[in-house]
Design a protein around this ligand. Structure first.
Ligand SMILES: Nc1ncnc2c1ncn2[C@@H]1O[C@H](COP(=O)(O)OP(=O)(O)OP(=O)(O)O)[C@@H](O)[C@H]1O
Ligand SMILES: [Mg+2]
Length: 366
């Protein structure tokens, strides 16, 4: 049997679209992606998770039930990858599981992910690393974003300044100066797809705005955009991170007036994501950076065009750098597990605001 060199990364993001699983291996810390798969989240589970994103009744019971249920789904996603490659659990060194975020409130000192790692370890027979964010929070950090360290490992170039933009439910940026003396900067810029998805789900009963086609049919409402952009989150200094606690349906409904057309609101939401990302990047004087997109929002053409227009230059997909944009996040959590198993830190203190670099997560042995 070959040595246990494989890792599995599991990501279930704020968009609540699917459970992403990747099978990867590392050589000197550098990653090879062998396979990936996406399992849609069942609609009933999606509703349960959404309900737990905000305060309600009987939360403890609901959370306690959801935790092992999601753990079982995460385990199934791993077992499917194993099966496809005829791999035995002993050939996988560890699973890195992000878990499903229910609440992320760093200002109150917590971030809560569920998907019980005990269940994952038990059902797969594979050591599982999970709960990556809370050590960083305990060290005074935001617990987020964690992907910039991985972006730095995978995508740093000594020849070019680079910017990575991950457009998931929320959007986050990583600035990678070519000069190794300059710090990596990374933070959440605000909503990514979350409000765009919410509006089209509510108005047209579609899961997302495919390729941004609906947004492209509308016109930006400047007054609405400016009111939304006046939210203090956008002008707050970094470190900062956010989630559905702020950018949710209630936030979206603020400032909407009855005479506004639904497609114009969609165009304005798309502009909001593009503009807030561009404004954030332009605050840092990174000269002629190469800009790479990842996350599901990288497929939204309308969003991409608006972003390029505000940045004043083109963007490319991380596929150009050898990693498909849909799998960067799941790969990041495989990498974080690799770091933890090897007793190496996973956070960048300059990004999260933690007191120092820390070995992240809890290890649930097989
Ligand atoms: N072809 C497409 N056109 C427009 N939007 C798309 C397309 N494909 C995916 N998306 C968007 O991407 C979203 C999923 O993105 P992704 O999986 O990166 O986010 P996530 O699960 O929230 O992850 P995270 O927030 O942790 O980065 C979908 O909900 C949808 O809005
Ligand atoms: Mg997703």
């Amino acid at each position: 049997m070959p040595p246990a060199d494989y890792f599995i990364g599991l990501m279930s993001g704020t968009s609540l679209d699917s459970i992403d699983a990747v099978l990867v291996s590392f050589e000197q810390g550098s990653l090879t992606l062998h396979d990936s798969q996406s399992t849609p989240l069942p609609a009933s589970l999606r509703q349960q998770i959404l309900a737990l994103n905000t305060s309600g009744t009987d939360e403890i019971e609901q959370l306690a039930e959801l935790d092992p249920e999601l753990g079982r789904l995460f385990a199934d996603a791993c077992l499917a990858l194993l099966h496809r490659h005829q791999l035995k659990p002993a050939q996988i060194r560890a699973i890195g599981s992000h878990g499903q975020t229910l609440r992320h409130r760093p200002t109150k000192g917590y971030s809560l992910q569920v998907g019980d790692p005990n269940v994952i370890a038990e059902q797969t027979g594979i050591t599982t690393v999970a709960d990556f964010r809370r050590r960083d929070l305990a060290a005074g950090g935001q617990g987020a974003p964690l992907v910039p360290a991985f972006h730095h490992q995978c995508f740093h170039s000594p020849n070019h300044n680079r910017v990575l933009i991950n457009i998931g439910g929320m959007a986050n940026i990583t600035l990678l100066p070519a000069d190794p003396e300059k710090p990596v900067i990374g933070y959440d810029t605000g909503p990514g797809n979350v409000l765009i998805d919410t509006w089209i789900q509510q108005q047209r009963d579609l899961p997302y705005d495919k390729d941004g086609a609906w947004a492209a049919s509308g016109k930006v409402i400047d007054s609405l955009l400016n009111r939304w952009l006046s939210d203090p989150f956008f002008s707050a200094p970094y470190p900062k991170s956010t989630g559905r606690e702020l950018f949710n349906e209630r936030w979206l409904q603020r400032h909407i007036q009855p005479q506004m057309q639904a497609e114009d609101i969609q165009a304005t939401l798309t502009e909001l994501t593009a503009r807030s990302i561009a404004i954030a990047i332009q605050q840092h004087d990174l000269i002629s950076p190469e800009v790479y997109l990842c996350g599901g929002g990288s497929h939204n053409n309308s969003l991409k065009q608006r972003l390029e227009q505000h940045l004043g230059f083109g963007t490319q997909s991380t596929a150009v750098l050898g990693l498909h944009p849909d799998w960067v996040e799941a790969c990041a959590f495989a990498w974080l597990a690799y770091r933890t198993i090897n007793h190496q830190s996973g956070n960048l203190a300059a990004v999260t605001g933690a007191r120092g670099e820390r070995i992240l997560g809890g290890i649930y042995l097989a």
